[in-house]
Write a new protein. Structure first.
Length: 193
């Protein structure tokens, strides 16, 4: 029964992606990491304007699987297990993609590293950050004018901040309180090379 559930979950998420870009000669897996309010989704959108990448935004995919998300550990486990299967499916089709999720734990990122390694695809890591006072203002604005798929607020940010773990691999650090264009240029060049 669990295997049937997994397959239908992957199909549900895949069906929500829209048209896929042309297969890449050497596909890339871009893994974004950062706390709520650091503008990971904005960064992913800007990068996908430059390159044919599918964005797997965990907040929107969660709402595809769960109409009223609870953000429980069990729900998150099922969501990310499904996302990992979808990542593998897309990379096997040579579709480059970005995983837009907090990805705060190195243990959880290790699974993504192993997918890229096993499939022989380029792995690019980006840590997205912003000063706390700017994040707090962004999250307050988001509460007042809801847009996007994230339900995170300042309390969520503060709670999650304690679980941020260092990325032990080479990665880009992007401060979204500044001009992100130079980093986007470097990332795009690395992905295309």
């Amino acid at each position: 029964m669990e295997q049937i559930q997994d397959v239908s979950d992957v199909e549900r998420l895949a069906g929500n992606l829209g048209p896929l870009p042309e297969p890449a000669v050497r596909p890339a897996l871009v893994v974004v990491s950062g706390l709520p309010g650091t503008e990971k989704t904005y960064f992913c959108g800007r990068l996908s304007e430059r390159l044919p990448l599918v964005i797997l935004e965990s907040d929107s995919l969660r709402k595809v699987l769960f109409s009223s998300p609870t953000y429980s550990a069990e729900e998150s486990f099922r969501l990310f297990q499904t996302i990992h299967r979808l990542i593998e499916q897309l990379l096997k089709k040579r579709v480059s993609l970005i995983l837009d999720a907090t990805n705060l734990s190195e243990r959880h990122r290790e699974y993504l590293y192993s997918i890229a390694n096993r499939l022989g695809v380029k792995l690019v890591l980006a840590r997205i950050k912003a000063p706390p006072e700017i994040v707090q203002a962004r999250l307050k604005r988001r509460l007042e004018h809801p847009e996007g798929n994230s339900d995170a607020n300042w309390a969520t940010y503060q709670k999650m901040k304690a679980s941020v773990e260092t990325i032990h691999r080479q990665h880009y650090t992007v401060d979204t309180s500044q001009d992100i264009t130079p980093t986007l240029d470097k990332l795009a060049k690395e992905i295309e090379s």
